[in-house]
Design a protein around this ligand. Structure first.
Ligand code: 5GP
Length: 212
């Protein structure tokens, strides 16, 4: 039987830089795939439907919930976001290693549902750094920055349930912080691929060849 892909769930507070880390990783490593989520939020400038998200109406999102189409979904900052079961099923069945870049509530659902999923938590190096990143984005209002910072303590408390923690350093201290964090995520993926269980079929085949 062909080998199934592995599921990696990357989460962490908004502003910790998880989507930039994932983008950097995917640019360097096309062997890793990213799930495109559904969201009810409006597209930001430059975002393309079907590429960055499937942008859907509240009604369509309700319909997808009723159809049991979501692997997980959550309310995040006044909008709803969800991962489609079909995307996860298809990618893993095709043997592709798949990343879900989702919020901490969704991540908790996935880790509970699928004990084989690998949880990776992305942390900012400090509160000040997180505040600076949220401000620099330029897409958040003062109110939304305040709400997001208030949520972070609770989000960091969930980090203890993950398998790995990435500290995304401040680029003013570590200029290649993004590259380092992306390389660390890829190192985790590589290590999982090299685990004995994932090499057993190969070893059996090699042993058979050597005995022939
Ligand atoms: P943004 O609106 O900035 O693209 O994303 C806001 C938050 O929603 C981020 O923390 C992102 O990881 C999370 N998110 C994106 N897609 C999903 C999803 O499918 N499920 C869940 N639970 N969260 C998601």
């Amino acid at each position: 039987m062909a080998k199934r892909g592995m599921l990696f769930v990357i989460s962490g507070p908004a502003g910790a830089g998880k989507s930039e880390i994932v983008k950097t990783l995917l640019r360097k490593h096309p062997d890793v795939h990213l799930s495109v989520s559904c969201t009810t939020r409006a597209p930001r400038e430059g975002e393309i439907n079907g590429v960055h998200y499937h942008f859907v109406t509240e009604e369509r999102f309700d319909e997808l919930i009723r159809e049991d189409a979501f692997y997980e979904w959550a309310h995040v900052h006044q909008n709803r976001y969800g991962t489609l079961k079909e995307v996860v099923r298809k990618q893993l069945n095709e043997g592709n290693d798949l990343i879900l870049e989702i919020d901490v509530q969704g991540c908790q659902q996935v880790l509970k549902l699928n004990p084989d999923a690998v949880g990776i938590f992305v942390c900012p190096p400090s509160r000040d750094n997180l505040e600076k990143r949220l401000r620099n984005r330029g897409t958040e209002t003062e109110e939304s920055i305040r709400v997001r910072l208030n949520n972070v303590a609770g989000e960091v408390a969930t980090a203890y349930t993950y398998d790995y923690v990435i500290i995304h350093q401040d680029w003013s201290d570590v200029p290649n912080a993004l590259e380092i964090a992306a390389d660390e995520v890829y190192a985790i993926i590589s290590a999982k691929r090299c685990e004995l269980e994932n090499r057993r079929a190969f070893l059996d085949q090699l042993s058979a060849q050597l005995r022939a």
